[in-house]
Write a protein that binds this ligand. Structure first.
Ligand code: SF4
Length: 349
């Protein structure tokens, strides 16, 4: 059964896999690592131009390590999950400073880099050096769960252990890199989350889920993802050509990106309610403020939360000072700072 599975995946890869990706067959561990970091939580189509821009701007890991934080964050802008970018820079600097710019060549050394989890370490180790470490991502969980008919929830300790062992058992040690890429492609192209192509699948004769009509029921997850709604009201004090900005430092989304003065509320509020709130007074100080313009609501979907944002232009007779922690920046220089996507979209108009 395991042999049939492994051979099936390898044969499908040889004769039918035409999924193309710019980093496929890549052997340079820097490029593989970069593509894997970009693709964590990002679709291939979205990540591809970022990968190409990073490679062109920073051809080696030493170039990336030497780049100023702000320049790298700007290049990353739009990908979200900025902790990934921060970890990526930290890892590049570790390789540059502690490994003389040479990417680690063994699994333990790779896994020790910041932002590199078990999946990414296995991907780099197998793609770059053909080391026998099985990758386990959403695609692999799905293919294994369906073919072997496993209904143990994938997000439990028992499930993770079982799938990790099984993934390793079916890995052909001599062809680890090719097989790892093949099973992920197979999951993305054939054994897809919705409407898998079972009728033309070479694994179908022995696939438990297909034979028993369970393809919609496995893999199983024990918990449902809860999406939290957050309401952000950005204030743009009308102070000539100046905007007030600060870098987000709290342990929250968008750490290290910039923002305008902002009030977060537990639910949607009207403009009048916002202006009368103690949070507004605390941020903007005393005086009579008017809203001269306001945007429609903009939305940004993150993995665990939805951000609802509105942008309000605020005017006051007296010249306004930046709220505490903010600095005044000419509007013409905003494009030199990294902002979350929702603000970038607003600035683009
Ligand atoms: S038969 Fe269907 S469910 Fe089974 S491995 Fe093939 S595509 Fe996946």
């Amino acid at each position: 059964m395991k042999h049939f599975f492994t051979e099936g995946i390898l044969n499908w890869n040889t004769f039918q896999n035409d999924r193309s990706m710019p980093w496929k067959k890549e052997k340079d561990p820097y490029r593989i690592w970069l593509s894997e970091i970009i693709l964590q939580q990002t679709r291939v189509e979205q990540g591809r131009p970022y990968y190409e821009r990073f490679i062109s701007e920073y051809p080696t890991i030493t170039d990336l390590a030497a780049a100023p934080d702000e320049a790298v964050f700007r290049l990353w802008q739009g990908l979200g999950y900025y902790a990934r970018c921060k970890n990526m820079l930290a890892a590049a600097r570790t390789v540059a400073n502690d490994h003389a710019g040479i990417f680690p060549k063994d699994y333990t050394g790779i896994a020790a880099l910041k932002g590199v989890g078990a999946y990414t370490a296995a991907a780099i180790a197998s793609f770059a050096y053909n080391l026998p470490h099985a990758v386990l991502d959403g695609n692999v969980y799905r293919v294994l769960a369906r073919f072997f008919g496993i209904d143990t929830p994938t997000d439990t300790t028992a499930g993770k252990k079982l799938f990790t062992q099984l993934a390793q058992d079916v890995l052909p040690e001599q062809q680890a890199g090719t097989y790892n890429q093949a099973i992920m492609d197979f999951g993305a192209v054939v054994c897809k989350p919705q409407q898998p192509l079972c009728k033309s699948c070479r694994l179908a004769p022995r696939c438990e889920a297909y034979q028993k009509g369970l393809t919609d029921l496995v893999p199983v997850k024990s918990k449902k993802l809860r999406i939290k709604k957050r309401y952000f009201y950005y204030l743009l004090p009308d102070n000539g050509s100046l905007r007030f900005v600060r870098k987000r430092t709290a342990k929250d989304i968008w750490q290290n990106l910039h923002e305008f003065p902002m009030i977060e509320t537990p639910g949607p509020v009207t403009t009048a309610e916002l202006l009368a709130s103690p949070e507004f007074r605390q941020l903007m100080g005393k005086g009579k403020f008017t809203v001269t313009r306001e945007s429609l609501e903009k939305k940004q979907q993150l993995t665990h939360q939805t951000i609802h944002a509105r942008f309000l232009h605020i005017s006051q007779a007296a010249s306004m000072q930046p709220p505490e922690g903010f600095r005044a920046v000419p509007a013409s220089e905003l494009d030199q700072l990294a902002f979350p996507k929702i603000i970038v979209d607003f600035l683009k108009g």
